[in-house]
Each structure stands twice: as C-alpha cells, then as structure tokens.
Design a protein around this ligand. Structure first.
Ligand code: ATP
Length: 457
C-alpha cells in the first residue's frame, strides 16, 4: 500500500497517541523542543538499547561511558567551538547547510576581495549584488548573517561573569576524548578500541525545525574508535557498513538509504560520509562517519598539557591514535523509524487503518491485554501481571474490541491478547498479529515464549 505520509500527519499521530508532545505546550510551547510521551519514551529507549547492544554489548573492543554534560570550558577551546563564536555565519534555507559569509565571498572572488573589515550588512549586500549562490545546492536563499554562538551558555554563579561561563555540550564525543587515557588504563584496552556514549547534546541551531529532525536539544549515540594511522581507512570503511547494517536491521529499507561522501573535508579530516535517509522532507543526513586523523587527541594534548600518547605493547611504538567517529542522533533515527513504519491500509470493508509496522524488538509495547468485556478484567489483569514482568505491556478495557485493536495498531503493538469467556474454561486466549491481523488461540502458558521469540534482536 502506498504511503501518504507527510510530516504533519506524523506530528498529529505522535500527539494523539502519546509518542511526542510539543515542549511546554500549556505555555504555548517552546520552539523546537519536544517531550516524549508514554509511548514515545518506550520507542526511544528501545532504539537506544538496540544501539548499545549492537555497538557496545556485542563488541568486545568497545567500552561505554556516560560523561558529564558540563565540561571544563577549556575542552571547547581545544575543540575549536569557542574560537568559532565570532565567525559571520549564514545558512542556506534551501539545503540547510551553514557557511561563513567571509569565506563565501573570498572563494567567489578567488581571493581578490577580502571580507575582513566588512560589516554584516556590507557582506550581505555584496552577496546579493554578485548573486553568490550556495556552493552546496546552487540556490541563493540565505538567512541574514549572524555572529553565531553554536553553544548554549550558562554560568556557575549568580553573577554570570564572563570567566564563569559554562557551556552545554554541543556534541558528546568530547566526553570520550577526555577519557581516552582513563578507559585505556582501567580496561587494559589495546588499540584499536572504541569508547561509546549515549547522551544529550545542545545546539543553538540557526534553522531548527522539521519536528525531531533538527532540534536544539537532542540525544546522540556515538562512538570514537582509536586506531593506528595505517588502519584508519579500513576501520572507517568497516563502520560505514556497520552503520548501514544497523539501521537496516531496525527496519529502514535499503531503497530509502544511501551513502553521501563529503567532497569538502575539514582540514584535519581524512574521509567523511553521511548515511542519508529519505525522510518525509526528502533525503537528509541520518548519521555521520568521519575519519578525523589524530586532530582531537592532539588538540587535547596541547590544551591540557597531558600526553595522549599510546604505547603499542606489540611494536613498542609511541603515537597519538587516529580517530574514526560514528555518530547518529537518537531522535533523528526515531523520526526515520516512525516514517518507515507508518502505513495506511484499506481494509476489506473499505475502512482505512493506520498501522505502525515497527520491528517488534523496538515496538513501544510488545503486547496489549484486552478483556473482551469488563467482567473478564480479573483474569486479564492476572495475565498482565505475569507478562509485564517480562515485557512492556499495555492494558485496555475501554471501548469496542475493534477500536482497541486500531489504537494498538497506531502505536505499533505487535500482539494483542484477547481474554474471552473461553479463557475462563480452558486457560487459552486469542493472540492477534498486528501486521496480518490474523488471530490464533494459544494457551496462556505459551504466551511468554511466543512473544519472546518474536521480539529477539
Ligand atoms: P547536520 O548537518 O544535520 O546539522 P551535523 O553534520 O552537524 O548534522 P554531527 O555533528 O555529525 O551532525 O552529529 C551527528 C548526528 O547527530 C547527526 O547525523 C544527526 O543524526 C544528529 N544531530 C545533529 N544535530 C542535530 C539536531 N540539531 N537535532 C537532532 N539531531 C541532530
């Protein structure tokens, strides 16, 4: 069945069914913040757990951490974020890429015109008069130029002197770099090894929007693989494939995924690519894989004064490892998964059912327990009590059974267990499959195994 999914439809479903609410809604909202409701928090947690399982639990060379969000401000000097505060930036409204206005002018004029000393207004005028287009997409649709602070700031005391400024981290990876030595030493880790983390990041985006796609507060799931320079490219290629396999294993279809290699690299980078997904807003970045050379550890060595050398126990060589970074937004992946899972099916009676075909392993609820009538509630609650020790279960006794099935379809519950009068006689229930809508009769004792098998990941 062809999907007719727009972002508005998805936002409405999310709101109506408890996936995602607008942040601070009763105050009229707070732009580009979102609150995950009872259904959404389960989905997001399951996505994070699946990522952790694949990349940390099942990989003996990867170690997890959970680093502080607030870090010593020197970290952000080493990373280059503080320095880039004063740069005049503008975004292309068409392709959402960000550019330095002075660099755009200098590149356009092949260095003949220096924008140094130009005000923002002068640069804007120059760009307009010379019809300078976005080097990425070729359109001229610029936001005004701003000196843009990409990091949210807070302060440690009430006065808020400049020297007390503290930043909310704009990326989680610095928590891994600063713990490189701690993890290497305590886990007796040998290069190549990776440090992984899932946590919140905050970015003062110029053009946030498109629901969960670009928000100012989001979660990243990422790892930094520390390796020998000569192994870097091979490991980079391996992670491109692992990253793709992972999102496919969660149900994203190959035809909606593609690699996008970067032609323009940061000065220190050796290779970079995104995996793009065909979102309801078109092809956009889902995750990034970057070969960052030894830039990050070298910078931290320089700024902290601590050596980041690794002594190779096999060759006795001493070197600062290279870093391969793999980073994916949990919220952005959730958006992709919801877009992929959404379906509208026309039933035999002509009605339309909306169904979320989530992979059972990440579905918010694994099973819903539905007594056919209220007076079967006691038995149904007993089943709920047992199964909820093993899985997230929903319980619903209100309304017609058909309406209850529809509700579970819309939140993607793979199984509905219906308790009827026969249950009281022979301890069997019906179990309905979300995708086929077929029902079979099972003994209550078989339920746990039946569901467990279906949700393995
Ligand atoms: P983009 O080009 O979309 O801004 P980026 O290249 O800046 O992303 P990275 O810094 O590489 O992104 O971050 C890694 C991942 O974190 C992205 O691929 C994306 O999944 C997620 N991410 C980045 N910024 C945001 C945001 N503002 N809101 C939600 N997710 C984000």
């Amino acid at each position: 069945m062809e999907k007719k999914l727009t972002m508005d439809k998805l936002v409405n479903l999310c709101k109506a069914r408890g996936f995602v609410f607008q942040g601070s809604e009763i105050y009229g909202g707070f732009a580009n913040t979102w609150d995950f409701g009872p259904v959404g928090v389960e989905l997001k947690n399951n996505i994070k757990r699946a990522w952790w399982k694949k990349f940390v639990q099942e990989d003996p060379s990867t170690y997890g951490v959970d680093a502080a969000i607030l870090m010593n401000p020197r970290v952000w000097e080493a990373s280059g974020h503080v320095q880039s505060f004063g740069d005049p930036k503008m975004d292309c409204k068409n392709c959402k890429t960000r550019h330095r206005a002075d660099t755009i002018i200098e590149n356009f004029t092949k260095g003949k015109v220096s924008a140094e000393g130009m005000s923002n207004e002068e640069m804007e005028k120059f760009i307009e008069e010379h019809d300078i287009k976005c080097p990425n997409c070729g359109k001229r649709d610029w936001t005004p130029i701003r000196k843009f602070n990409p990091m949210f700031t807070t302060s440690r005391n009430m006065v808020g002197d400049e020297k007390d400024v503290v930043y909310l981290r704009p990326e989680t990876c610095q928590g891994e770099y600063v713990n490189f030595l701690n993890v290497q030493r305590t886990m007796r880790a040998k290069v190549p090894f990776a440090i992984a983390q899932i946590g919140k990041s905050f970015r003062n985006e110029i053009t946030p929007g498109n629901f969960l796609f670009r928000t100012v507060e989001f979660e990243q799931m990422e790892l930094q693989m520390f390796c020998k320079e000569t192994d870097g490219l091979k490991i980079y290629e391996t992670y491109k494939q692992k990253a793709l396999n992972f999102v496919e294993s969660l149900g994203l279809k190959a035809e909606n995924l593609r690699f996008h290699d970067h032609d323009k690299l940061a000065h220190y980078a050796k290779a970079a690519c995104d995996i793009q997904y065909n979102f309801p807003i078109g092809w956009q970045e889902l995750n990034g894989i970057h070969h960052r050379g030894n830039w990050d550890l070298s910078r931290h060595s320089e700024f902290s004064g601590k050596t980041m050398d690794y002594l190779d126990p096999y060759t006795n060589e001493r070197y600062i490892p290279n870093v391969i970074e793999y980073s994916i937004g949990a919220d952005r992946l959730m958006l992709a998964i919801m877009s992929e899972a959404y379906d509208e099916e026309t039933l035999e009676n002509g009605e339309t059912r909306v169904v979320m075909h989530f992979l059972p392993a990440i579905a918010p609820f694994k099973v819903a327990i539905l007594p056919l009538q209220k007076n079967l509630g006691e038995k149904a609650k007993e089943i709920y009590g047992n199964l909820s020790k093993k899985f997230m279960c929903d319980y619903d006794e209100a309304g017609s059974i058909g309406k209850r099935y529809r509700r579970q379809d819309e939140i993607g519950t793979p199984f509905c267990v219906t308790v009827d009068f026969q249950t009281l006689e022979d301890n069997t229930v019906t179990i309905r499959d979300r995708d086929t809508m077929k029902q079979i009769r099972l003994s209550i004792n078989e339920l746990e195994n039946y569901i467990q098998k279906a949700i393995e990941f």
